[in-house]
Design a protein around this ligand. Sequence first.
Ligand code: GLY
Length: 267
Amino acid sequence: MANISVKLGNRSYSIGIASQTWEGKLPLLLNKHTNIHGRTFVFYDAQLFALYGSRFRTAMKRNSSKTFELTLPPGDRSKSFSQLSRVYSFLLEHKVSRADLLLACGGGATSDLVGFAAATILRGVRWGIVSTTLLGMVDAAVGGKTGINHQLGKNLIGAFWQPSFVLCDTDFIYTLPKRQIIAGLGEIVKYAGLADNAMLDTLEKYLSTGDLLHQRYLVKLIRLSIQYKAAIVSRDECDSGIRTILNLGHTFGHAIEKSLGYGRLLH
Ligand code: GLY
């Protein structure tokens, strides 16, 4: 498994990129990051849960902390005040404490919502991510931007709140609809344009295979994208300088999403 560090002093963390090994890695990460008295609150994207729920539950049984779970609507529909309120109620009903850990299992929308709940409940609890979409792996899982949408604009309410760990596994990509893979590739193309010729070269070789699921190139592109974004975030965590280059294309994209209604268009 490749590990990439997001270097942010005492908020540093590691992003693991695995290939079909998440069921073994996840309990190890949870055992490492949960407090001895802590519990784990697991939040699943509903579509992910339908496909992988029983495998997650089996993996969770190998983690020593007590576990509670809640499923969330898929995609951007979850980034709303009503879903945030649902998450808060669930946590408070179970008397969440600062010893507990929240775990977001899904793509960027799931981690944005759960990360924002983690940033704000009890003024901040620890959280981790199992990122399960290509876009989520190369974007939302890196850099701690969390939040929800408002009717006046996307991602307007949120916080920078870094996770304690991130686990990505290409296993999940094989069950994604093609449209979702292309949404992730849009982000990878952006990094390749911003980064260097080596990444552009890898992207061209990958595209020339005609196989969107080409394991070797896909893993390499995920690793290069995360490395590129992690280096930028390490220099500018809160988006006040160099990190703003990652917003390339977002201004137009967010305006189109807002006009069409969230969740209609992908990234
Ligand atoms: N998606 C842009 C950023 O995380 O800064």
